[in-house]
Design a protein around this ligand. Structure first.
Ligand code: FAD
Length: 316
């Protein structure tokens, strides 16, 4: 099913994200974590694309497995970075063969060491979107930035390019992570004023370790409100307390977004089923879902320690 159909059919949607392993050694671990997340039946799952190569080989395989094993619709990311026209066409052809019809078209992150190559065909995501639209009947997603993309000279300019992506054939947008919901509300207002009419999915990143805070800031340039920074000050030296508070923060963001009619939520679950489950179990009544049981040890996170314990949250 196309993601655009899921977004228009359902009042509230929750999607989740996994990233493929960098090497084949970790493939099974990631596949198990992806299956565990899929077993929670999110409305769809997105699988990122390693712009620098390496992980890109596994994006379609994981997407196909999630769909076949768990019946969850998938969204395959694809980037301009490191892509030639031939590579894009072969990736799209394989998607068609595998019955995968949803693609997230991105420019990709440019590695700081300058190793990434941008071909003349794909300088910006809009060119990739145009090409995908001409190639087949895909549902196309694009990225958007409530606080503007860090390279943008202004918010206005950023929105102008966002509109170009919609005009080129984007069916929906997913936002970069944000930690201040008011930034999202003001972005939505400005986006609608600028003529963006397609659904905009709010991207929420549950930060469960202090290390992730600096990384997220460096990657997205996002603003951390005082309420978040206080949490870092208080719990920063206590990993378990920080993880608990990070989950609570993300949960509260989602509850507030839904209360304000921003009802399509994407959780950057980062291969951590327990994080996904903790959030869902804190919102069973808000989302109208069943309470989920504990995750088995085999799928408790791929390659990294998941700081959240395996005890479920009790709902009476
Ligand atoms: P673009 O839309 O090309 O925008 C990049 C910048 O160029 C912006 O400042 C924009 O305003 C400007 N711009 C756009 N069009 C033009 C134009 N025609 N002329 C001049 N300027 C223009 N990265 C990965 O490597 N793999 C992933 O799987 C991945 N998934 C992501 C998922 C989401 C939801 C998000 C929000 C980001 C993701 N990223 C991923 C990161 C993303 O690749 C980076 O944020 C990247 O820097 C920009 O990608 P974009 O598609 O928004 O690029």
């Amino acid at each position: 099913m196309k993601i655009s159909e899921i977004l228009s059919a359902k009042d509230i949607t929750i999607s989740m994200e996994v990233f493929p392993p960098k090497t084949m050694d970790n493939y099974e671990k990631v596949a198990r974590a992806a299956d565990a997340i899929a077993s929670y039946q999110p409305d769809f799952m997105s699988i990122t694309y390693g712009a620098g190569g390496g992980t890109s080989e596994h994006t379609l395989k994981i997407a196909e497995e999630i769909r076949r094993r768990e019946g969850v619709e998938t969204l395959c990311h694809l980037t301009c970075v490191s892509s030639t026209q031939a590579k894009v066409h072969s990736q799209l052809a394989r998607m068609q063969e595998m019955g995968l019809m949803n693609v997230m078209a991105l420019r990709g992150d440019l590695p700081a060491d300058g190793t990434a190559v941008l071909s003349d065909h794909y300088r910006h995501a809009v060119q990739l979107i145009e090409e995908i639209r001409q190639t087949g009947d895909f549902c196309i997603g694009g990225a958007c930035y409530p606080e503007a993309h860090p390279e943008s000279p202004s918010r206005k300019e950023d929105l102008r390019h966002l509109k170009e992506k919609q005009d080129a054939g984007c069916d929906f947008f997913t936002t970069q992570m944000f930690f201040d919901n008011s930034a999202m509300y003001s972005f939505l207002y400005r986006a609608r004023e600028a003529g963006i009419t397609v659904p905009i999915v709010a991207g929420i990143m549950p930060l469960t370790s202090v290390k992730q805070v600096a990384r997220s800031q460096a990657m997205s340039g996002t603003f951390f409100p005082a309420r978040f920074r206080t949490m870092v000050d208080r719990y920063g030296s206590n990993p378990k307390a920080f993880a608990e508070a990070g989950i609570a923060y993300a949960t509260e963001q989602i509850a507030d977004l839904i209360a304000n009619d921003v009802t399509h939520i994407h959780i950057y679950t980062m291969n951590h089923p327990k994080t996904a489950r903790e959030i869902l179990n804190r919102l069973v009544y808000v989302l109208g879902r069943e309470v989920l049981g504990p995750v088995g040890p085999a799928a408790s996170g791929a390659g990294k320690t998941d700081p959240i314990g395996s005890s479920g949250i009790i709902h009476e």
